[in-house]
Design a protein around this ligand. Structure first.
Ligand code: FNR
Length: 405
């Protein structure tokens, strides 16, 4: 297996069949954390499990207690030395909130819009793969929770359920995240299905390939049944349960286009009218290019520190991208959102909204749909508290002057 293939396996549905048997109980985990120092982590583990979670870190601890080590690590760890993973969180901690006094605000309204879709709060669910490994209801539960919270569900190409199943599970707004099949006929049919199922936008993730030591050490693998379903859900009908592990694995390795260029968007634009977002962008010149070709949204992201280690924190690149884009497209960010104050900081720096990945993956593992509802609710409460504490009655009141960095 060459490096390209290996990376590809970890990108799409996390399938690593053929790397070795999935043996979650005998895994050796690095368990490197992104949230806290070792000291804080010890505190988390002392937290009695019967207590109601009150923050994202509590959900992380609950997920750790419920999941097999390899699955917990798949969600939680980052690439290589996890410098980017930690930096995503640390960068938010470095930015300070400096509240102006006496602005007469005791209630705040967090509602806003994302690509013209009204949402209750500027927190979206990021596309996350393999959700049925975290909870039997997987992405269907997450979709219902997003709808209940009045926000948008970013549906991964590798979510574990088909676009139609997810659309049927809940009526709320959804954006489909596309990993691009090499066979453009399959890609086109997928996009057409996404449109028919009522999705409102397409996110193209361009930072492809995960490179995580923990997953290799743990030999993390999607069970064959899930990988076959994932490939069939995308539209690869030639894949079947009758194929051997190796055949499915080899098919997965060759199915995806890992050599995208900007011209891909011309093709995508020619086959769909849906708004298009690019996810994985960190540089100003790429942002200029994205708006020059008419993309509707940009998601400043380093894939949650799962791809190339030592990339900078997304929040540290946000302001530059916002400056380059102006009002020609909407700018979003993800990576490291763990608190309502993080949301405030991102909005203050020009984000239309943020996306969360691990926080809801942990909550899904902890308590299914109820867990995801709860984690969004906790972040919403923290965010509303941050808004009133800084005298912001509306999202449009949140300005860069509220923060110091
Ligand atoms: C992801 N992410 C991701 N991104 C994407 O475009 N397609 C995908 O299938 C996945 N899969 C995935 C699985 C898991 C378990 C995680 C944690 C993340 C990245 C995700 O969309 C987002 O960029 C990050 O999760 C944001 O960082 P935080 O919120 O996890 O710190």
């Amino acid at each position: 297996m060459n490096r390209r293939n290996f990376t590809q396996l970890l990108t799409f549905g996390a399938g690593s069949l053929g790397l070795g048997a999935q043996n979650q109980d005998e895994t050796q985990s690095t368990l490197t954390d992104d949230l806290q120092s070792e000291e804080e982590d010890a505190r988390l583990q002392r937290r009695p499990s019967h207590l109601e979670p009150v923050n994202v870190a509590d959900f992380k601890a609950l997920a750790r207690s419920k999941l097999a080590t390899a699955t917990y690590d798949y969600i939680s760890t980052g690439s290589a030395d996890e410098i980017t993973l930690r930096e995503n969180v640390a960068a938010f901690k470095r930015i300070k909130v400096v509240p102006p006094l006496m602005r007469g605000v005791s209630e705040a309204d967090a509602s806003t819009t994302a690509l013209n879709q009204p949402i209750s709060l500027p927190i979206l669910l990021a596309p996350v793969a393999a959700q049925r490994m975290f909870h039997p209801s997987g992405a269907l539960a997450a979709a219902r929770a997003a709808t209940a919270a009045g926000t948008i569900f970013g549906v991964s190409s590798s979510a574990g359920s088909s676009v139609e199943e997810i659309a049927r599970a809940s009526p709320g707004p959804k954006w489909f995240q596309l990993y691009v099949p090499r066979d453009r006929a399959v890609a086109r049919q997928l996009v057409e299905r996404v449109e028919r199922a009522g999705y409102q936008a397409i996110i193209v993730t361009v930072d492809l390939g995960e490179w995580k030591d923990a997953d290799r050490r743990n030999r993390f693998a999607l069970p064959k049944e899930m990988l076959v379903k994932h490939l069939r859900d995308v539209g690869f009908h030639q894949v079947s349960d009758q194929m051997s592990d190796q055949e499915v694995n080899e098919f997965n390795q060759s199915a995806w286009d890992l050599s995208l260029t900007w011209e891909f968007f011309d093709w995508l634009r020619s086959i769909t009218k849906l708004p298009l977002l690019i996810k994985g962008l960190l540089r100003q010149e790429d942002a200029r290019r994205a708006v020059s070709i008419g993309l509707d949204g940009i998601i400043v992201s380093n894939h949650g520190g799962r791809k190339l280690d030592t990339m900078p924190a997304s929040i540290d690149r946000l302001a530059e991208v916002v400056e380059a884009v102006g009002n020609r497209a909407e700018v979003y960010m993800d990576g490291g959102i763990r608190r309502g104050t993080d949301v405030l900081k991102a909005v203050a720096l020009g984000a239309r909204a943020v996306l969360i990945g691990r926080p809801y993956a942990w909550a899904l593992a902890a308590d299914g749909e109820a867990g995801v509802r709860k984690v969004i609710e906790l972040l919403a409460e923290e965010f509303l508290n941050a808004m009133t504490a800084t005298g912001c009655a509306r999202i449009s009141d949140i300005e860069a002057s509220l923060i110091s960095w």
